[in-house]
Design a protein around this ligand. Structure first.
Ligand code: ADP
Ligand code: MG
Length: 243
């Protein structure tokens, strides 16, 4: 279980999260929605341990262990993964090399180039990504959709215990969205936690989240299920009372 207790986070001196309490249970798909700038990506980055996001109060526990002060690297080793809303471009590093390094790092093992090629080939096929994609430099000159596919390829290769998908569905055409949703469903099992941050009902129709949390002004304003998703689709966020 991933548990967030009274989390307060500052970014560049500005208070963004103001006391978040959340429990994400194993075997569940969770969705987070909320207006732009409400702090969803900040929460994702704080869970991942991005040092830009300063935790001023509160704690994060993963399977009972306090991970509030662990480095991002150690969190990755524990199986926590974040698919970035705006993945960065890395010059001179191919997707192949990047993924192999990330795989070795997260699993604490060294997979041979040959074995990794096999694994990657299998995943590229599932995601309907052309094989030469892995020879490109990470995210360089990628279209929005290609960046998202490269993120989901990472998810597929790393097979983490906790996957946070920050607007991975944004900017995808319908076919790409379906592939990404079905891959997310495929990696899901009763040991895993998936947290999907999204603005759209469409991906949630594929993923059928167990719970939806709505974030407003750095707080969880309410939670619900399918009905709440429809209400937000219809009426936006204005009617939800701030907590
Ligand atoms: P959301 O993902 O819900 O749209 P964010 O967490 O990205 O919201 O942003 C919440 C607020 O924090 C915004 O006002 C945003 O400008 C600010 N913020 C987030 N990340 C940074 C950053 N790295 N540097 C400066 N401000 C940031
Ligand atoms: Mg965001």
């Amino acid at each position: 279980m991933l548990e967030i207790k009274n989390l307060h986070v500052k970014v560049e001196g500005k208070k963004i999260l103001n006391g978040i309490n959340l429990k994400f249970e194993k075997g569940k798909i969770n969705a987070i929605m909320g207006p732009n700038g409400s702090g969803k990506s900040t929460l994702a980055n704080a869970i991942m341990g991005n040092p830009k996001y300063e935790i001023t109060k509160g704690k994060i526990f993963f399977n009972g262990e306090d991970i509030t002060n662990l480095s991002p690297d150690k969190r990755a080793k524990k199986g926590i993964f974040l698919s970035f809303q705006n993945p960065s471009e890395i010059e001179g590093v191919t997707i192949f090399n990047f993924l192999r390094m990330a795989f070795n790092n997260s699993k604490n093992q060294k997979i041979s180039v040959f074995d990794f090629q096999k694994l990657l080939k299998e995943k590229l096929k599932i995601l309907k990504i052309p094989e030469n994609f892995s020879e490109r430099y990470l995210n360089q000159g990628f279209s929005g959709g290609e960046k998202k596919k490269s993120e989901i390829l990472q998810l597929s290769i790393l097979n983490p215990k906790v996957a946070i998908l920050d607007e991975t569905d944004s900017g995808l055409d319908i076919d790409a969205l379906k592939i990404i949703a079905s891959e997310t469903n495929r990696v899901m099992n009763k040991e895993k936690i998936i947290i999907v941050i999204t603005h759209y009902k469409r991906i949630l129709e594929h993923l059928k989240p167990d719970k939806l949390f709505v974030m407003i002004d750095g707080k969880i304003a309410c939670e619900g299920g399918h009905k709440l998703i429809n209400q937000i689709e219809e009426k936006g966020y204005g009617w939800i009372e701030k907590n």
